[in-house]
Design a protein around this ligand. Structure first.
Ligand code: FAD
Length: 404
């Protein structure tokens, strides 16, 4: 078997890259160890966020929102999105400062935003009762996808429509390198010759790179969310709310409420240190963490704290030392590419990341700004340093304010 491009991993990042390579006229094979979307991507909250900490991420996020909304037009497969907008809320002076600074810089990068009055907040969201003292910024561009698997299924259908082959339940066991250049991969079932291999293996991205003798600077860190049982009070058309000081997000989900958030001391998990068949289902979950977060917003969102939990799920983010994506050519092995360093936004930025990486692979030149995301930007870092930086980035998801 042979292809122009082999993609390792059928999560959102791998499938989007494969789809865009196919749209560029390349022959593509995706190899997935389990079922497509079964690891991080199928467990995501489905949130897309227009406010980001730097201009490049803002571009990728907004481009992705536009591509998700118009998915049927360019990919040829329908995709339903909830175009509900979001409120970004701060209840402390410190976080008001963060959000005002972020809102100002986001506006300068073209994001549509405005400060909301207490009346706006109360009028649009019934599940969150503001005190009237908070800062709320209305972000009308924000969307969500109710079931994350629907984006995975849309990518899969579009891949097949445009000629990309997706092999499931087949693990990549070797990356073939000759004279410092990738020549293909070996799976548990076959050998596939290819001049370009994209490592989009999510939390296993380091393991796959190591098969080629390369390193990827990320650290996997746990993230969790819960969905309450359906509640008659919840209007499914209501917006997302993000409470920056509690590092919590909320949205309507399956007739109830979804709550997720960023704990200050998150759990790093290195699949390389686990048994060979370790998968997301083995990531230890802790409902206590989410209960603590729900408690922090109990006065404003009492249903999130009191309603029975219908689903509790979690998985691993791939955190990078600077909080930005890790996308581009892997140093030292020509023809090996990576799409990782999701930092919690890989699902929602996957349309634009896949588009940019496919163009980079086809032309050999990075699209505007993308060179800044190349994996070679970091010097040598120990695993301990990667974990330390990754935890810091995770804990500061809502207050990074690090414009370039
Ligand atoms: C609870 C939770 C909520 C989240 N919410 C959001 C959100 O609202 N918005 C957002 O943008 N992001 C969110 N994220 C992050 C998002 O899920 C990730 O950024 C995104 O899914 C990463 O996609 P991926 O393709 O890199 O990884 P994955 O979806 O994990 O895909 C990688 C794939 O590679 C496969 N693989 C690994 N090793 C091999 C091998 N050797 N051979 C073949 N295949 C292999 C795996 O089986 C896996 O399917 C959330 C994550 C979690 C856990």
């Amino acid at each position: 078997m042979q292809a122009d491009v082999v993609v390792v991993g059928a999560g959102a990042l791998g499938l989007s890259t494969a789809l865009h390579c196919a749209l560029n006229g390349q022959s593509v094979v995706v190899v997935e160890r389990h079922a497509a979307g079964s690891q991080a991507s199928g467990r995501a909250a489905g949130l897309f966020k227009s406010v980001q900490a730097d201009e490049l991420r803002t571009f990728l996020a907004r481009r992705s929102i536009a591509m998700a909304i118009s998915f049927g037009d360019w990919a040829g497969v329908p995709l339903e999105v909830a175009r509900c907008g979001s409120f970004l809320i701060a209840r402390t002076q410190r976080h008001e400062g963060f959000i005002r600074a972020e809102a100002d810089q986001s506006r300068s990068w073209g994001v549509h935003l405005r400060e909301a009055t207490a009346g706006d907040l109360a009028g649009r969201v019934s599940y969150y009762r503001g005190s009237g003292d908070e800062l709320a910024v209305w972000c009308p561009e924000d969307i969500y996808i109710e079931e994350p698997m629907s984006l995975v299924q849309a990518y899969l259908a579009a891949c097949r429509l445009h000629g990309a082959e997706v092999l499931e339940d087949e693990a990549v066991a070797g990356v073939l390198v000759s004279g410092g250049r990738v020549t293909g991969i070996e799976t548990t079932a076959r050998r596939i010759a290819a001049p370009a291999v994209v490592d989009a293996a999510g939390a296993w991205v380091q393991q796959v790179a190591e098969l080629a003798g390369a390193q990827i600077p990320i650290a996997p860190v746990r993230h969790q969310l819960l969905i309450t049982a359906p509640l008659p009070e919840i209007d499914p058309a209501e917006p997302i709310t993000r409470v920056a000081d509690a590092a919590v997000y909320l949205r309507p989900a399956r007739g109830g409420l979804m709550l997720g958030g960023f704990e200050p001391a998150p759990l790093p998990v290195d699949p390389r240190a686990e048994h060979a068949s370790f998968s997301t289902a083995d990531v230890p979950l802790d409902l206590g963490v989410l209960r603590g977060m729900a408690g922090q917003v109990a006065a404003e969102a009492p249903l999130a704290a009191s309603a029975p939990v219908a689903e509790h799920r979690g998985g691993l983010f791939t955190m990078s030392p600077d909080g930005r994506f890790v996308v581009g050519p892997v140093p030292g092995v020509a023809g090996l590419w990576v799409a990782s360093g999701c930092n919690g936004s890989g699902f929602s930025s996957s349309p634009a990341i896949g588009e940019a990486l496919a163009s980079w692979i086809a032309t050999g030149s990075p699209p505007d700004g993308m060179a800044a995301l190349a994996p070679g930007r970091f010097g040598a870092l120990t695993d301990e340093a990667l974990v330390e930086h990754g935890i810091w980035q995770y804990a500061h998801y809502y207050d990074p304010v690090t414009a370039d």
